[in-house]
Design a protein around this ligand. Structure first.
Ligand code: ADP
Length: 396
């Protein structure tokens, strides 16, 4: 049997897919169908026989997956030739129930459906992707890989909010954490780069993409993470506020007359870098900052200050730290964000090497000084490969 996995990441109006060789990480085809349900959608597919970029109306996720299958036929590779081993689905919220990937069956679908109240923006779309793939590939095994699973190792003191305990026990209001697939991949890569056993390492990993989070990882297990019951808590993100005084919610309602839905929208989609500086794209923000734009500078400063606070907090949680690892779009590409977030931490044993930090590179690399007791690493994440590996590991 091959090690090829079709990895599916279904969003509310998009379907991202890639064909991944779980053994090597090679991805001979990647594609994205966007604006599902809108008057005009878009489909891109890159395969061995060429690239497709086309506008089309996509009614629903089933249409989207059918379009993907047509693109495999027309632009390769042929799914008949690669003989898929399985389909791996990214599922955002696995609640307290899923600490590992799980084979998809009716019972799993029911369990993920039960978790919809915890992830109303994400789980329904993930379920849609699962249902459609089960219809179109009835004979293939399918696996759910949860974003929350990696953090199921958190101890009660790390995952419990200081609220009446019944809210945790009866309603599931607790920290779950996200980006787990990325953390699992990046932690293993960091150990490889350091030529150490992951079981012996204490890591602080900073996943800085559109969504941003931090994790404290001891011996390959998550001990704390910045996202909470939902992905809104923690670091400043592209459009999410991250940490706030919880009383701000009531204030927004009472004094500014905002509804619950408006507050949810504001904090998830109109805050973070977008709220501070008018745009969520970090590259654009960096260009504006370099050109002297004061709002862009403030947004950058708030963003990096928050990261630094979490580095300090997780340093204390771990006691000793072997490496701080930056990943995802901003973490991998913004030397300025890495430098500002770790400035003046020499007394904690954290010292960047300026020329290493500013040198560009696509591979995993060390950016700290040789005599920095804490290594600082840049490690590209690869969530699709991790999903493919976990999928194959489960079915074998
Ligand atoms: P997602 O969470 O959507 O997977 P990514 O990990 O791709 O996001 O990260 C997207 C973010 O990374 C965007 O804010 C983008 O501007 C930023 N980014 C990408 N390349 C660069 C770069 N060269 N310099 C600064 N920021 C970058």
């Amino acid at each position: 049997m091959s090690d090829y996995v079709l990895v599916i990441n279904a969003g509310s109006s998009s379907l991202k897919y890639s064909l991944v060789d779980a053994a090597s990480g090679a991805a001979p085809a990647v594609g994205l169908v966007e604006q599902i349900g809108e008057a005009e959608g878009h489909h891109s597919h890159r395969g061995p026989d060429g690239e497709l970029s086309t506008k089309l109306k996509v009614e629903n996720h089933e249409d989207a997956l059918r379009a993907a299958l047509e693109a495999f036929s027309s632009h390769g590779p042929s799914l008949d030739d690669v003989e898929l081993a399985a389909i791996g689905h990214r599922v955002v919220h696995g609640g307290a129930r899923f600490g590992d990937p799980a084979l998809i069956d009716d019972e799993l679908v029911a369990a993920v459906t039960e978790l919809v109240p915890l992830a109303p923006l994400h789980n329904p779309a993930n379920l849609e992707g699962i249902e459609v793939a089960r219809r179109l590939f009835p004979d293939l095994r399918q696996v759910a890989v949860f974003d929350t699973a990696f953090h199921q190792t958190l101890a009660p003191e790390a995952y419990t909010y200081a609220l009446p305990l019944e809210l945790r026990d009866d309603h599931g209001i607790r920290r779950y954490g996200f980006h787990g697939t990325s953390y699992a991949f990046v932690a293993a890569e960091a150990a490889r780069l350091l030529d150490r056993d992951l079981a012996d390492l204490n890591l602080i990993v900073l996943h800085l993409g559109n969504g941003c989070s931090a994790a404290a990882i001891r011996g390959g297990e998550s001990v704390d993470t910045s996202m909470g019951m939902t992905p809104l808590e923690g670091l400043v993100m592209g459009t999410r506020s991250g940490d706030l005084d919880p009383a701000i919610h009531a204030h927004l309602a009472r004094e500014l007359g905002k509804s619950v839905a408006e507050i949810d929208q504001l904090l998830n989609h109109g805050s973070g870098l977008k709220g501070l500086a008018g745009g969520n794209d970090f590259r654009e923000l960096s260009e504006r900052r370099e050109a002297g734009d004061a709002r862009a500078q403030l947004a950058f400063d708030v963003y990096c200050h928050r990261i630094k606070k979490y580095v300090g907090a997780y340093y204390a949680v771990l006691g000793t730290v072997d490496a701080i690892v930056f990943t995802a779009g901003v973490g991998q590409h913004s030397a300025a964000a890495r430098a500002a977030s770790l400035a003046n931490l020499e007394r904690l044993g954290i010292e960047l090497d300026e020329s290493r930090n500013t040198a560009s590179g696509a591979d995993a690399r060390r950016v700290s000084a040789d005599d920095s007791p804490v290594a600082v690493l840049v490690v590209p994440t690869n969530e699709e490969w991790q999903i493919a590996r976990e999928t194959v590991a489960l079915i074998r």
